[in-house]
Write a protein that binds this ligand. Structure first.
Ligand code: GRG
Length: 305
C-alpha cells in the first residue's frame, strides 16, 4: 500500500473513530466527575474534551479489532478512552507553571489558564483513578472476566507510572540545562511518550484475548511506534507554527534536547521513518489483520499536528 493511498483511506477512518472516542469520553467524564466539586469537574471537562487527535484510543481499538475482538464501537471505546484520560491528565499537568508553563494547548488556553492551577492540579490527580475505573468498566462492558480487568489495569498503571510516563517525565526534569546523549533521549521518550502508546496496543490485545505471541508482536510494534511518534513530534515542533500545532511554548523555547536539536532535521526525519519501518516489520508474520495498524503507523510520521 502506498503512503498516499494509506493516508487517504485512513482519513475517513480517523474521522469516524474520533467521533466515537469523543462520545465515549463525554460519557466517561460525566460518570467520572459525579461527586467532584463542580470547579474540579469543569477543569476535567476542559482538559479532556478540548480536542486532540485521540490517537491512543484509536490505536487501542485498532489493536482490539486486529486481534479478532468483536464488539460494538461504543463498547470498545469505553475501554480505549481510559488511555486518553491518562494522556489528557498528563497534558494538563505538563502545562502547569511548575512544568512547562504553557499558554495554549489543542488550540485553546491551557486548562489551568481557565480553571486555575490548584483546581487543575486536583483535576489531573482525579483523572488517574478515574482512568483505572473506566478501564475496569470498559473490560466488564466487553464481557471479559475480572482477570482481564486486572491485567488491563496493571498495564495501564505500569505505563502511566514510574516505569513509564512519570518516570520519563522525571528524566525530562533531570535533563534540564544539559544536552542529552542520543541514547538518553531514546530512554526518556520510550518512557514519557512511548509507554502509553505501547500500552494502547497491549490493552487492546489483552481485551481481545490475544495469545502471547501476538501480544509480543504488538508490543514491539507499539514500542517502535511510540518512538516514531515522538520523533515526528520533535520534527513538527521545529517546523510548524504554534497556530498549526495549537500549543506553545515549543521545545525550542524551553531549550530541551530533541531529536532535531541532537541530530538535525533530516537525520531526525530519517530516524522517524526507520522506526516506522521497524514497527511495520514487527507485524510481519503475526496472524492478525494488520491493515489498519500499518496505516496508523504511516500516519504517525505524515501527520501535520
Ligand atoms: C509530576 C513527575 C510528574 C509527572 C506528571 C506531566 C506528566 C506526568 C507527564 C508528561 C507526559 C507528557 C506530557 C508527554 C508528552 C507526550 C506527547 C508527545 C504529547 C502530545 O501528544 P498528542 O500529539 O496530543 O497525541 P493530542 O493533543 O493530539 O492528544
Amino acid at each position: 500500500m502506498s503512503r498516499r493511498s494509506a493516508a487517504f483511506e485512513l482519513s475517513a477512518h480517523l474521522t469516524r473513530e474520533r467521533a466515537v472516542a469523543e462520545e465515549a469520553l463525554d460519557r466517561a467524564v460525566t460518570v467520572g466527575t459525579s461527586g467532584l466539586p463542580s470547579a474540579v469537574a469543569e477543569s476535567v471537562r476542559h482538559g479532556v474534551l478540548g480536542g486532540g487527535k485521540r490517537l491512543r484510543p484509536i490505536l487501542c481499538a485498532a489493536s482490539f479489532r486486529a486481534c479478532g475482538g468483536v464488539a460494538e464501537d461504543r463498547q470498545v471505546y469505553d475501554l480505549a478512552i481510559s488511555l486518553e484520560l491518562i494522556h489528557a491528565y498528563s497534558l494538563m499537568h505538563d502545562d502547569l507553571p511548575c512544568m512547562d508553563d504553557a499558554e495554549l494547548r489543542r488550540g485553546r488556553p491551557a486548562t489551568h489558564r481557565v480553571h486555575g492551577v490548584r483546581v487543575t492540579t486536583l483535576a489531573g490527580m482525579a483523572m488517574i483513578p478515574m482512568a483505572v475505573r473506566q478501564a475496569l468498566r470498559g473490560v466488564r462492558g466487553l464481557g471479559q472476566p475480572k482477570a482481564v480487568g486486572l491485567a488491563v489495569a496493571r498495564e495501564l498503571t505500569r505505563a502511566a507510572g514510574a516505569g513509564g510516563m512519570v518516570g520519563g517525565q522525571v528524566l525530562d526534569l533531570q535533563a534540564e540545562g544539559r544536552e542529552l546523549e542520543p541514547a538518553e533521549l531514546d530512554t526518556l521518550h520510550r518512557l514519557k511518550t512511548g509507554a502509553l502508546i505501547r500500552a494502547s496496543l497491549g490493552i487492546g490485545a489483552l481485551a481481545a484475548g490475544a495469545p502471547s505471541e501476538v501480544r509480543n508482536g504488538l508490543d514491539a510494534f507499539g514500542a517502535s511506534l511510540g518512538l516514531a511518534f515522538q520523533i515526528a513530534d520533535d520534527v513538527l515542533d521545529a517546523t510548524a507554527s504554534a497556530g498549526e500545532l495549537g500549543k506553545n511554548p515549543s521545545d525550542r523555547d524551553l531549550d530541551k534536547s530533541t531529536y532535531v536539536s541532537l541530530h538535525g532535521l533530516e537525520e531526525a526525519r530519517r530516524r522517524g521513518e526507520e522506526e516506522v519501518a521497524r514497527a511495520i516489520e514487527a507485524l510481519m508474520g503475526l496472524s492478525v489483520d494488520t491493515t489498519v495498524l500499518r496505516a496508523l503507523a504511516l500516519y504517525v510520521t505524515s501527520r501535520r499536528n
